[in-house]
Design a protein around this ligand. Structure first.
Ligand code: C2O
Ligand code: CU
Length: 464
């Protein structure tokens, strides 16, 4: 009879530990890879925050309890886990915007997961395949929950990234507050039917024009995420040489200066900023769009110059996104339009009570157990080209869940072959976006101006 001695057990353990196979087998029993870290806890909370000088704003929502939702750091190709604990008075979920993950982890209620009710929790676990700047937010009652604060930035690190001397992350968003610093109505119907309703207080990392110290003459990586529900920005950097190195989590094929570069809600921008040599010199990131341009944040040069040269900066590594096959790709036509039809159904995830917008003439009725049919059924592994046309006088940041596309061509401007998850389509523009349907499941496609999303401009594709 074989007796398991302590010695024998240790040997077995040592063998399992030394062999990748052994580890994987052990991991599978638990349902998670053995190397998966302890999940981080993201607990929704209602807090008071300092957003205006006149006083604290009540009913601000966040994850955790220390002000702005934390910047989450993940590592490319390494398992990540988070437990969403819902401690607010409203069902919620988390969507990991731009991260290509299994459908079950995508955070869209009804389509892929149940709501997380007050007092309940949900465990998210996935391995981010791409490095870059991403973000997270609820996908239930989004106008209210995101409008009140639930928008956080994600950085997926790549060990092969070029060396910067400093890195800053900016979470850009507005708040709809009155003179007394308290929330006012989150939207006005007439604005929802146009550009969306703008906030009254504009912040970067929940601050008005924060200033950060950066080494003089150094190379700074500035990661910027627009997590606002409405505002489109036009970026410019004053006081330093700055290059766009990545957009929407993916390196740009060719670097360029951000000269009033338009970026919409949901999109991300990464800049390489070469700090001035003189101590005390200021570099300003500005939004120059519209009638009320604003300085968003400043960097101040400190110390003796590091004398770095931005031309020495190695390119960022491309993410492993499958290449669309243009010769076999099937085309899908998609038109964005206004609608007069009123079909919203009541939803636990909030309804604005209006339909103003439609995709292929169908206004999305809301997050219901019985949504409209998918826009298209795609075959797993096949290539597709979405020919999207904007028939409205407004711009729309159109976001596809679960897969990244390549910008192929536009009817109104030259485009770089960017890899992205969100395309800011201009009025009267027609754009072709190519992608490989390599992720099975139901994937939402919607405008990221949340009032547009919630009043009809939403649909989904099914990959089987
Ligand atoms: Cu940023 Cu459907 O989401
Ligand atoms: Cu829109």
């Amino acid at each position: 009879m074989a007796v398991l001695t302590r010695r024998a057990l240790l040997k077995t353990a040592a063998f399992a530990g030394a062999s990748g196979l052994g580890l994987a087998a052990i991991g599978r029993i638990g349902g998670r890879a053995a190397s998966a870290p302890e999940p981080m806890v993201l607990r929704t909370a209602k807090i008071q925050a300092n957003l205006m000088d006149v006083g604290q704003t009540r009913d601000v929502l966040t994850y955790g309890n220390a002000g702005m939702p934390p910047v989450i750091r993940m590592k490319k190709g390494e398992p990540f886990g988070a437990r969403l604990v819902n401690a607010i008075d409203d069902p919620t979920t988390i969507h990991w915007h731009g991260i290509r993950l299994p459908n079950k982890m995508d955070g869209v209620p009804f389509l892929v997961q149940p709501y997380v009710y007050t007092g309940d929790h949900f465990d998210y676990a996935f391995t981010p395949p791409d490095a870059g700047t991403f973000w997270y937010h609820p996908h239930c009652n989004t106008l209210e929950q995101m409008g009140h604060g639930l928008t956080g930035v994600i950085v997926v690190e790549n060990p092969n990234d070029p060396k910067f001397d400093a890195e800053f992350v900016l979470n850009l968003r507005d708040w709809r507050l009155g003179d007394d610093a308290q929330f006012i109505d989150q939207f006005r119907p007439r604005d929802a039917a146009r550009t969306g309703t703008y906030g009254t207080v504009r912040t970067a990392n929940w601050l008005d024009q924060p200033q950060y110290d950066a080494p003089a003459g150094g190379l700074v990586r500035l990661r910027v995420a627009i997590t606002d529900v409405t505002r489109i920005y036009a970026f410019r950097v004053d006081g330093a040489e700055a290059d766009v190195i990545a957009l929407d989590g993916n390196p740009v094929p060719r670097r360029f200066a951000p000269d009033a570069l338009l970026i919409g809600p949901g999109q991300r921008l990464e800049l390489a900023v070469r700090m001035p040599d003189n101590e005390g010199a200021l570099v300003t990131l500005r939004d120059v769009r519209g009638t009320k341009p604003k300085a968003l944040a400043t960097l101040r040069a400190v110390g003796a110059s590091l004398k770095r040269d931005s031309r020495d900066l190695a390119p960022l590594e491309a993410n492993p996104v499958a290449e669309v096959d243009l010769t076999t790709a099937q085309h899908i036509s998609l038109s964005l339009s206004a609608t007069a039809e009123n079909v919203p159904s009541d939803s636990i995830c909030g309804s604005l009570g209006y339909s103003f917008w439609a995709i292929n003439k169908v206004p999305w009725p809301g997050d219901t157990p019985d949504p409209t049919a998918p826009l298209a059924e795609l075959k797993l592994g096949k290539s597709y080209i979405v020919d999207m046309e904007n028939l409205t006088p407004q711009s729309h940041p159109m976001h596809l869940h679960g897969m990244s596309f390549k910008v192929l061509s536009s009817s109104t401007r030259p485009v770089q072959p960017l890899i992205s998850d969100t395309y800011l389509i201009q009025p009267n523009e027609k754009v072709s976006l190519g992608f490989v349907a390599d992720n099975p499941g139901d994937w939402l496609l919607h405008c990221h101006i949340i009032e547009h999303q919630k009043s009809g401009m939403t649909s989904y594709v099914r990959v089987v």
